[in-house]
Design a protein around this ligand. Structure first.
Ligand SMILES: [Zn+2]
Length: 569
């Protein structure tokens, strides 16, 4: 424990010096001026009022998700509302806007003002409009939860639909189930369009051209910038995707007895073709039946110099009644109280999930220098923390990593081959799906009155290579709940993958003597952990996501490293 403490203190000091040097190189003068003093006073006020609320929200969130109790959810909602109200304070925002329009000379203070400005700006929507938006989005989400389509005169559930799509060789049955999965679209279509109108109205009141542009702006992104990255990604992955899809289509066609030219959307294994169909008989789970996933994680992270024993001690890791069935990592107070919620089962999915969540945990106040001010003592962006988590997650499909962690794999080359194929299919299919989501949402908010059914299917045909069923003209886009519940957000998962590949490639180049990224593992290599500490964690949020990418890898975020992993060998 003392070893850990000493290590994190050392990391803190080093990290802080590094962050300071980044900031001071951009700003040679750090003398206090009037604006700096006013800004410091604003930040102090923020810490006094908002910080305790943020911590309480995080605690109540944890309690609600670990217990599932109604009173815990009620408390969480009450605290979230309190926080929203505090951030929407008009007088405080006016003060902040003045500081933001004429930023202080001190770069570290200016950066905090920038981040606070974006945080408060998003909460300035008039109360009445905000309430309408919440009511509408709840109505749609509820419709999603309760709607049960009927097949052969009886209700079918989502999991029944998925089971048929995953297993059935009966095309007519598949078609019925797929169509059933889309019925909810027509049910929520009108409400969703009303919600889009309300969101656009809110964005216009805050000075943005539409809601999509606003959401990106609040997250330090621009539509042009994200679109350029997605165009590059499209160019670099189109061929590898089409090749992988030809292989998948061939297998699906054979299993169901349909020729490739006749394949329809209901022949894939999930309603949107966002996941890789299980058509290769690879079973990665067997290896994990006897593996102690927690022990492996503990030893792996300690081995690279980023021990996480205290995180595990505070975490809630196994199934229990009432608990959330998902997994997440939360930094409660930015003072090192970092916890993971999980439901570990001995299989490959949970090995990957635990490496992922613990990846989030090391990129938190656990290893971000505690000497950085509270406002910037966090990951740079949602895409950078997802990226770090995804970077560590990859090892669950690598037999060399398992062997180095003392796990016996009977046939390592077969395991690696299956793992690489699975990873390739998952990532390429997901990247094409993200193309559809980003472009659809952007266009939806730009022009909500256009023929949205046609827009959706044109994008699906172009990017996913899935054919629109003949004469179909229904609001199939509205059957995707994320358009309602997590708007203008999906693209960050994909950018996170690009970040993961780019940082991993830089680490291979700078620390692992140029090892090929597809083979590299970090087991026992403290320099790998040190690279993450220095290059990715130390700046916290003092750097924006693209500045951080450049700082860590030497280049702004791009799709090259990601695409390179899928180039034909
Ligand atoms: Zn994550």
């Amino acid at each position: 424990m003392t070893g850990n403490l000493r290590r994190s203190l050392a990391a803190c000091l080093l990290g802080n010096l590094l962050a300071m040097s980044i900031l001071s190189s951009a700003a040679p003068t750090r003398a206090a001026d009037d604006t700096s003093t006013a800004a410091e006073a604003f930040i102090a006020g923020h810490l006094e009022k908002i910080r305790p609320l943020e911590i309480e929200v995080a605690r109540s969130w944890w309690l609600a998700n670990t217990t599932g109790k109604d009173e815990a959810f009620a408390r969480k909602q009450e605290l979230e509302t309190q926080l929203d109200v505090a951030l929407s304070d008009k007088a405080r925002f006016a003060e902040l806007k003045k500081l933001h329009d004429k930023p202080p000379a001190d770069k570290l203070i200016a950066r905090q003002i920038e981040l606070l400005y974006l945080q408060y700006l998003g909460k300035q929507v008039p109360r009445e409009l905000l309430e309408k938006m919440i009511a509408k989005s709840n109505a749609v989400e509820q419709a999603f939860n309760v709607y049960r389509p009927k097949v052969d005169g009886r209700d079918v559930t989502d999991s029944e639909i998925r089971k048929i799509l995953a297993q059935s060789t009966d095309s007519d049955r598949r078609r019925l189930m797929w169509e059933a999965s889309k019925e909810v679209g027509a049910v929520v279509e009108a409400d969703l369009k009303a919600l889009v109108a309300l969101r656009n109205e809110a964005a216009k009141q805050l000075g943005f051209k539409n809601y999509h542009a606003m959401q990106l702006n609040l997250n330090e992104q621009s539509q042009d910038q994200v679109l350029a990255l997605f165009d590059e990604l499209d160019t670099l992955t189109r061929e590898p995707f089409l090749a992988a899809k030809r292989e998948i289509d061939g297998r699906i066609g054979k299993m169901i007895g349909v020729s490739i030219d006749e394949l329809q959307p209901w022949h894939y294994h999930d309603p949107f073709f966002q996941e890789s169909p299980a058509v290769f008989d690879a079973d990665l789970d067997k290896v994990f039946e006897k593996v102690d996933i927690l022990k492996l994680c503990r030893e792996f992270y300690a081995g690279i110099g980023l021990p996480i024993d205290d995180v595990l001690a505070r975490s809630d890791l196994y199934e229990k009644p009432g608990k959330s069935p998902h997994a997440f990592c939360t930094d409660i107070d930015r003072e090192g109280d970092v916890r993971v919620l999980a439901n570990i089962v001995s299989n490959e999915k949970w090995m990957a999930t635990m490496l992922h969540e613990l990846g989030h945990s090391v990129y938190s106040s656990k290893y971000i220098p505690r000497t950085l001010p509270y406002v910037v003592r966090s990951h740079s962006h949602i895409l950078t923390t997802e990226g770090v988590a995804m970077m560590f997650e990859r090892f669950s499909k690598n037999a060399d990593w398992l062997a180095a962690m003392q796990v016996t794999v009977d046939d390592p080359s077969a395991f690696n081959e299956a793992g690489a194929l699975m990873r390739r299919n998952q990532l390429l299919i997901f990247s094409r799906w993200c193309q559809v989501m980003l472009r659809f949402e952007k266009s939806l908010y730009e022009n909500p009155d256009q023929d949205l059914n046609a827009l959706w299917w044109n994008l699906v045909e172009k990017y996913q290579g899935v054919r629109k069923p003949k004469d179909r003209n229904l609001p199939d886009y509205a059957a995707k709940i994320h358009i309602v519940s997590a708007p203008a957000y999906y693209h960050n998962y994909m950018l996170g993958q690009l970040f993961a590949s780019q940082v991993h490639a830089a680490l291979c180049r700078d620390v692992l003597d140029g090892a090929p990224p597809t083979d590299a593992i970090y087991v026992g290599n403290k320099r790998a952990g040190q690279f993450m500490l220095d290059k990715v964690f130390a700046p916290g949020a003092t750097l924006s996501w693209n500045e951080l990418t450049k700082h860590a890898t030497g280049e702004e975020l791009n799709a090259k490293a990601f695409a390179a992993e899928f180039r034909a060998k």
